[in-house]
Each structure stands twice: as structure tokens, then as C-alpha cells.
Design a protein around this ligand. Structure first.
Ligand code: C2E
Ligand code: MG
Ligand code: MG
Length: 638
């Protein structure tokens, strides 16, 4: 008497899984479709197993044809399942495009089994039903076991071999669920009348559902298409083969549009864009990588297809998205990345995807340049690190000419990074990098320490220098221990803070003003004075000038150069008016005014007429090393 309770339970579980995945959609990818096929086969095997068992138990309940048919369906569906599992793994690993021949070869054993089943009525070597309507195995039934075992072993081999591509956690989950399907083979020996097989196989399929087919962690909740994590997993796989292309599609500054038309309207538009991309890119996978950055992965594709798709996207973005007053035309940046020719590492690829839209070009993203810029940044980071370890940062000094006194009373300390292999790296390059990775805190300490040590020696003071200007990055201003670090260094060299002027750039004032004002106030209470650097470079906001107590305003060299260019001596009349009025206004506001970038006598004479207080520039001296600066002072301050 066969027990069908486990089979009935298995039917319910299979129906539950089917309901779950059909209603959650997302079955467009090949692997998902194969999973669905496996479920349907599983259901067929369960029903036929139940029917066969019921009739085997009680032949009066069904005719001989139904008894035969149900056994045939069961054995066929069950045999195909093993083969489907291997194909499913092929798709997960990403063989789909490349290994058609292998798939064909793999189907040979299951084809043999199917032929044996079809011809069974003639040879009765697989199974037969005797005159008492009892079901019995034939002489070749073992071939079914052998084939099923062979597919299982091959599946296990595939999982272990490609565990990195599958991601370790998923690989071990898959192994676990496949091994679960083996359990009934052992249990069935002890309880031959209990039909466990389908139940455990269904459990295995359910396990796969929750580990592999679970979409929650790979779907972007806003747009409903695959997310950045899914892309990361796919890239892991495709970076190893050639002929794959990633099209990156970026829409600028989402925050700005969010504010302009509101979050939910913007989300609607993003959804539209995502759905359009998915529909247009049809058989290729589309990913929403957040912040208006999308990617389309084209596997095993030729240039013609890529260009056609790219043009389609460009054309579509020339039309507005959204409806009515919320209809917008977005500037678009699109980049085509050939893998692995353009990028070889996941890091570089993710950088390309994540890097914010630079807004300079409306369409083409220069992939090669973006990567070389990024690699340069990585190099600079390495050089900064090395220079910090070897203590090879240097500080140069550029004299500041005091017009009223007719001598040099101060200098600006400027940091220099000289590498044995790469030569001189400009601070314009390494300071922004160090601000981004935090190394500026160490560099800042180092510069401050070197300046204090130099001043404390006494030679500067003897030669008439009252104070040194030290650049302070906004990142330093945000650091909690800045005050302590400065304090400790000053006491180490028994130096008074009035010998240091701290320069803050105008751009710093665009950030968090409360913290900045607080830091400046605290440092002022220690005796530091402040200068405002690079005045007029675009962040002008007069309100902070009322809030922040600067003693010197340093007008940026670009303002001077537009009025009188150092090379041509010419300038724009309006730039002259702007410079004259800026100097006058600042002086009326009781600031001392310094102009940077004075390179020619003509510039100097012009500024003298405007009665600027301080001049700094190559006309006087470039930034130089300590000893050179001292020699210079001996001449000009004699
Ligand atoms: P900055 O503070 O505005 O410094 C003035 C820059 O203008 C210096 O460039 C200086 O060499 C250059 N300069 C001065 N006079 C002339 C001139 O007549 N002609 C030309 N063409 N250039 C002139 P440098 O040393 O390359 O520094 C660039 C920027 O890097 C600095 O601009 C400053 O913002 C930053 N920086 C340099 N050292 C440090 C540092 O120790 N800490 C921080 N936070 N920033 C630093
Ligand atoms: Mg400066
Ligand atoms: Mg400056």
C-alpha cells in the first residue's frame, strides 16, 4: 500500500511557489523561465505519482491506460527534471550564449531515456504492469537512476567549479538544496512504500526560490528593474569573457529635479525611463544603479547592435519625459564600455557607473578619459600615502609684499609633493584628492608643524617677517581635534598664534557655515588671525563676510588677470572696473586687501594706484624653499 501523503503536501508547496513567482513577475530572464519549467514538470510528476500510486493501490479506481500513462508521465517528467537542473545552472553561470553545443551534448542521456520510455510498450524493459495490475521495474530501469545520478553529479561539479561566479553563499545554498533531493534515495530503502521523492525535490526547489530566485535584494524598489547589486553580480561573471558591452546612461543631478518637481513625480518619471529602457533593450538586462544612473548589459553583441541601441536611447532622451507641467527633457550622458578592453576591474567599472554626471557634455561619456582620471586619482592617493610615510612633503614659501611698508612682512606656506618616480605633483591635484580621502588632516598637521618649527628658529623674525599664512582646508575646519593639534604644536615650539594667519578659501564658506564660524571663533580666541583666500572665484556670498571676521581678503589671480593679463598686458574694460570697485569696496569695509598672481611690473603699478595693501606673485618671487626665501629676505628687507 503506497502512502501518498508526502506527494499531496508536495503538490501544495509547488502550487504555492508557482503562485508566488507568477504574481511577483520578473520572469523575463532565461534562468527564471527554466525555473518555471522545472516547477511545472515537478507538478506533473507529483500528480502522475499520486495517480499511479492510487491506481497501483486500488486498480479498480482507474483503467490500465491511466495506470500506464501516469507512470510514463511520472518517469519522463522526473528524468527531464535532472537535465533541466543542469541547464538552469548553465544559465545562472552565464553559459547561455556560448555553450550551445555543450547543452546539446548534455541532452543526449535524457533523450536516450525518453526513447526507452516511448518504446517501453514493446520491450517492457523499463517497467511493466502484470496481470494483477501490479507495477514492476524492468531490466533497464537502473538506467533512469544512472542518468539522474549523472546529472546530479554534474550539477554539483558545476556549482563547485563556478562557486565564485555564483557567489559563495548562493553556491553553498544550491549544493545544500540539491543534496536534500538525495535524501529520499536513502529513506526510500527503509520505507519503500512512502513516496518521499517528490516532497524532497520540491523542498529543494523551494530552497532555490528563496536563495536564487528571490528578487527582493536585486530589484530596485523605485523603478522595479534590476538594481546595482544585481549588476555587480552580472559583471563579476561577464568580465571574464569578451564581447560584452555595458551602456551607461546617466541623468544629471536628481536632487535638483526632486526639488523642482517633487519626489513622487520624479519617481514616476524614473519608473517610466526604466520601463522604457527595459522594453527597448528587450533581451538585454537593464539596471537601475540609483541616482538616475542606469546601465544596460549586452552580452555577446556586435558593434552595430550597440550603436543602434545607443542612438535609440539618445533619440528618446531628446523628447520630454512625464506629463503636463511635470514634463521634462533631461540632458543625458551616455557611455559605451567594451569589456574587458576598456575596463578590466570591477572597481573601475563601478566608478564609471557611480561617478556623478559632470554636466560638461550632453551625450558622450569619455570612458577612456574617465578611467585614466580615476587611475590618476588612485595613483595620487598612493603617492600621498607614500609621502606621508616617508615624511617627504615639503613646504615652500612665497613672499607677500607689504605695499605700505615697502618690504616683505609675511609669506604664504605652500605644500609640495615631490616623488622620486613621478616628479613634482601640483597641490591643485593632490590637495583635492587628500580632501576627499581625509589625508589632508595629516598633511595639514605636517605643514603647520614645519611652519612653526621654521618660525621658532628666529631667522624669519630677524629678517622682518611677522607672520606666515597657512592654508586651512575646510575638511580640517570640520575636524574636532584641530584646535588641540594647533595648540599642542604652538606650545611645542613656544610660539604665539599671532605669528600664524590661517587662510580659508571662499569655497569653504559655501559649506556648513555654523561649524565653520564656530571653528574660526574658537581659533581666534587662541589668537589666530584669518584671511579669505581666492576671493571672487564664484562662491561670493556677501553674508558670510559679515559673519566671519577676516583680517585680509586675498583677491584671486583670475580677477587680476582678466583686468591685465600677465602675457599680453591687455584686459577687458569691465574686468578693470570690477577689480577697481572690488578693491575699493573691501577697503571701505576696513579689510586689508591682497591681490594674488602679480607677475608683471604693469600689474604691480596698477595695483599700487588702487592702494592695495599686499601683493603676492611671481613678480616678487615664486614659492621657494626655506633657505632661498631667507636669502631673498636678506636682499629685499635689507
Ligand atoms: P592658494 O592658496 O591660492 O595659493 C596660491 C597659488 O597661486 C599657489 O599655487 C602659488 O604658487 C600660485 N601663485 C602665486 N603667485 C602666482 C603667480 O604670480 N602666477 C601664477 N601662475 N601662480 C601664482 P600652488 O602652490 O600650486 O598651490 C595651489 C593651491 O593649493 C593653493 O592655492 C592652495 O589652495 C592649495 N594648497 C597649497 N598648499 C596647501 C596646504 O598646505 N594646505 C592646503 N589646505 N591647501 C594648500
Ligand atoms: Mg592660499
Ligand atoms: Mg589663492
Amino acid at each position: 500500500m503506497y502512502h501518498i501523503e508526502f506527494d499531496i503536501a508536495a503538490v501544495f508547496v509547488t502550487l504555492f511557489i508557482l503562485y508566488y513567482i507568477i504574481f511577483r513577475k520578473g520572469l523575463s530572464k532565461h534562468a527564471n523561465r527554466i525555473y518555471l519549467c522545472m516547477l511545472v514538470l515537478n507538478l506533473a510528476a507529483e500528480f502522475s505519482d499520486i495517480t499511479a500510486a492510487v491506481i497501483n493501490n486500488e486498480p479498480a479506481l482507474g483503467g490500465l491506460v491511466i495506470q500506464y500513462l501516469s507512470n510514463y508521465i511520472y518517469l519522463a517528467a522526473h528524468s527531464i527534471l535532472g537535465f533541466m537542473l543542469v541547464i538552469y545552472l548553465f544559465y545562472l553561470i552565464g553559459y547561455e550564449k556560448h555553450e550551445k553545443a555543450a547543452q546539446l551534448m548534455l541532452s543526449a542521456p535524457v533523450c536516450v531515456i525518453l526513447i526507452l520510455l516511448i518504446t517501453n510498450p514493446f520491450h517492457r524493459k523499463i517497467f511493466f504492469i502484470d496481470e494483477n495490475r501490479n507495477y514492476a521495474h524492468g531490466g533497464l530501469f537502473f538506467t533512469l537512476y544512472v542518468t539522474a545520478a549523472a546529472y546530479m553529479v554534474f550539477a554539483i561539479y558545476l556549482i563547485i567549479r563556478h562557486r565564485l561566479v555564483l557567489a559563495r553563499a548562493r553556491a553553498s545554498a544550491l549544493l545544500f538544496f540539491i543534496l536534500i533531493s538525495f535524501i529520499p534515495i536513502v529513506v526510500q530503502i527503509v520505507f519503500p512504500l512512502y513516496l518521499f521523492t517528490m516532497f524532497f525535490e520540491t523542498m529543494g526547489l523551494m530552497g532555490i526560490l528563496f536563495t536564487i530566485e528571490n528578487k527582493d535584494d536585486i530589484i530596485n524598489p523605485t523603478t522595479g528593474i534590476l538594481n546595482r547589486y544585481a549588476l555587480q553580480m552580472a559583471i563579476d561573471r561577464v568580465l571574464q569573457t569578451s564581447g560584452n558591452v555595458l551602456i551607461i546612461v546617466k541623468i544629471p543631478n536628481l536632487n535638483y529635479y526632486n526639488k523642482m518637481i517633487g519626489f513622487s513625480n520624479m519617481n514616476d518619471i524614473l519608473q517610466k525611463i526604466a520601463k522604457w529602457l527595459e522594453k527597448t533593450c528587450n533581451r538585454y538586462s537593464c539596471y537601475d544603479c540609483n541616482r538616475g544612473h542606469f546601465a544596460v548589459l549586452l552580452e555577446a553583441v556586435d558593434d552595430k547592435t550597440v550603436n543602434a541601441l545607443k542612438q535609440k536611447i539618445i533619440d528618446q532622451f531628446e523628447k520630454p519625459w512625464g506629463k503636463g507641467e511635470f514634463s521634462l527633457v533631461f540632458p543625458l550622458q551616455i557611455g559605451v564600455v567594451h569589456m574587458p578592453d576598456d575596463v578590466k576591474t570591477m572597481e573601475n567599472l563601478l566608478m564609471l557607473i557611480d561617478a556623478p554626471f559632470d554636466g560638461k557634455t550632453s551625450t558622450e561619456l569619455d570612458v577612456v578619459k574617465a578611467i585614466s582620471d580615476y587611475e590618476r586619482t588612485v595613483l595620487i592617493e598612493r603617492l600621498i600615502d607614500k609621502a606621508l610615510r616617508n615624511k617627504s612633503f615639503q613646504v615652500y614659501y612665497q613672499p607677500i609684499w607689504d605695499y605700505n611698508e615697502g618690504k616683505v612682512r609675511s609669506a604664504e606656506a605652500l605644500c609640495r609633493l615631490v616623488d622620486d618616480e613621478y616628479g613634482l605633483i601640483s597641490p591643485n591635484e593632490f590637495i583635492p584628492v587628500s580632501e576627499r580621502n581625509g589625508a589632508i588632516l595629516e598633511i595639514g598637521k605636517l605643514v603647520f608643524e614645519k611652519v612653526c618649527r621654521f618660525y621658532q628658529e628666529g631667522r624669519l623674525r630677524k629678517l622682518g617677517v611677522d607672520y606666515i599664512e597657512v592654508n586651512l582646508s575646510v575638511v580640517q575646519c570640520m575636524s574636532k581635534d584641530l584646535e588641540d593639534v594647533f595648540d599642542r604644536t604652538l606650545s611645542k615650539y613656544s610660539l604665539n598664534a599671532r605669528h600664524i594667519n590661517l587662510e580659508i578659501t571662499e569655497s569653504a564658506t559655501a559649506g556648513n557655515q555654523t561649524i565653520l564660524i564656530d571653528t574660526i571663533e574658537r581659533l581666534r580666541s587662541h589668537g589666530f588671525e584669518f584671511s579669505l583666500d581666492d576671493y571672487g572665484t564664484g562662491y561670493s556670498n556677501i553674508s558670510y563676510m559679515y559673519e566671519l571676521p577676516f583680517s585680509i581678503i586675498k583677491i584671486d589671480k583670475s580677477i587680476l588677470w582678466k583686468a591685465i593679463h600677465p602675457k599680453t598686458g591687455r584686459g577687458q574694460p569691465n574686468a578693470v572696473i570690477y577689480l577697481e570697485n572690488t578693491v575699493r569696496m573691501l577697503k571701505d569695509m576696513n579689510y586689508s586687501v591682497l591681490v594674488e598672481g602679480v607677475e608683471t611690473l604693469e600689474q604691480k603699478l596698477f595695483l599700487e594706484e588702487l592702494e592695495c595693501d599686499y601683493f603676492q606673485g611671481y613678480y616678487f618671487s615664486k614659492p621657494v624653499q626655506e633657505e632661498v626665501f631667507l636669502d631673498y629676505l636678506k636682499v629685499v628687507n635689507a
